[in-house]
Ligand binder design. Structure first.
Ligand code: NAD
Length: 327
């Protein structure tokens, strides 16, 4: 039987989050029977779900993936699961025990329940963090993960391996997606781990010099959130199983280039200030090789950095203005 969204029941853990909310929006375009969102709102928000929270096909459950009874109630009768609930990399480093409960124990419980309730396929949000500093640029999925030094990267890799072993042992179908640096509207603006782009957008709106720590040569592969949502849909619909895929934009952008692009789309002439880097970044480069996703999932990113940064800037300035007005 082919995978399909129409008339299917789908669980999205972490669906109130940044990427998860876009996945829900994409799913709704194909008329599912129902979508259950399980999210404890530790980072996600009702605001992220504005466009669909009133939709009768969507049931939002404010709860924790660590609550196994609740998780079981959510999974019973479900056809497909997107497992996106996770702690961020710095939160895992700050509290590895909580990281263990959320990223490892809950993912194990989820996989076991997916077997019990014969879920047809799991789409697992993994991360480029599994590579640490990769061996090759562009990085193919075959690069080894031994350079990863983070609890978060290790947990994501373990998740991939867990699903692999459950496919082998129980026949549970899954696809794991290794996202690179996801950005776009609804990304975190005021959390503890505020993204560098948001800091710079604040500088642009306040007229302050944007700061670059280090020489600005650290590079990332910025992939727009709507493209990441589309990769998730492609992973569900395809008959491919037991595979991991990189999801990046396949463009290496240094921090300096990123700032230049952000200044350009905002017509800003601010000059950056460089400051000494106070932490050693063990991952100085990121660049995805997406060719496997193109070949097997027919997935290719479509949003250029300039388009994405324009959309992000418009969203952020509008949000900032609305907050200022309401204060
Ligand atoms: N944003 C990126 O650049 C990126 C890169 C690689 C991988 N990922 C992965 O993609 C997925 C989605 O990331 P995101 O950027 O949307 O992050 P996010 O923090 O916005 O989304 C994660 C969601 O999970 C929820 N959550 C956390 N712990 C929970 C718990 N115990 N129970 C229930 N809900 C819980 C949060 O409230 C949040 O809404 C995550 O698995 C993340 O690790 C993200």
């Amino acid at each position: 039987m082919h995978n399909k969204i129409q008339n299917s029941s789908i669980l999205v853990t972490g669906g109130a989050g940044f990427i998860g909310s876009y996945v829900v929006e994409e799913l709704l375009k194909s008329k599912p029977a129902k979508i259950i969102i399980l999210d404890n709102l530790i980072r996600g928000s009702l605001e992220n779900m504005n466009s669909f929270i009133q939709n009768p096909l969507v049931k939002f459950i404010e709860g924790d993936v660590r609550d196994t009874t609740l998780l079981e109630n959510c999974i019973a009768g479900i056809d497909y699961v997107f497992h996106m609930a996770a702690l961020r990399i710095n939160a895992c480093a700050a509290n590895p025990r909580e990281g263990f409960e959320v990223m490892l124990r809950s993912t194990f419980n989820l996989a076991e329940l997916c077997v019990k309730y014969k879920v047809r396929k799991v789409i697992y949000s993994s991360s480029a963090s599994v590579y640490g500093l990769a061996q090759h640029f562009p990085t193919p999925e075959t690069d080894n993960p031994y350079d990863n030094q983070t609890f978060y990267g290790g947990a994501k890799l373990w998740g991939e391996q867990l699903f692999r072993s459950f496919k082998f042992t129980y026949g549970l179908d899954y696809v794991a997606l290794r996202y690179f640096n996801v950005y776009g509207s609804r990304m975190d603006t005021d959390g503890k781990y505020t993204e560098v782009m948001i800091r710079w957008l604040d500088c642009i709106s306040n007229g302050n010099s944007p700061l670059i720590y280090g020489d600005g040569s650290t590079s990332m592969d910025f992939v727009y959130v709507r493209d990441v949502a589309k990769a998730n849909i492609a992973a569900l619909l395809s008959e491919v199983t037991d595979e991991v895929f990189n999801v990046g934009n396949c463009e290496e952008t240094s921090l300096k280039q990123l700032l230049d692009a952000l200044l350009k789309v905002n017509n800003s002439t601010l000059i950056p200030e460089f400051r000494e880097e106070n932490t050693v970044n063990p991952v100085s480069r990121r660049l995805a090789d997406n060719s496997k996703a193109k070949r097997l999932l027919n997935f290719e990113p479509t949003v250029t950095l300039e388009e994405g940064l324009t959309e992000l800037s418009q969203w952020y300035f509008k949000k900032k203005k609305a907050t200022e007005v309401s204060i």
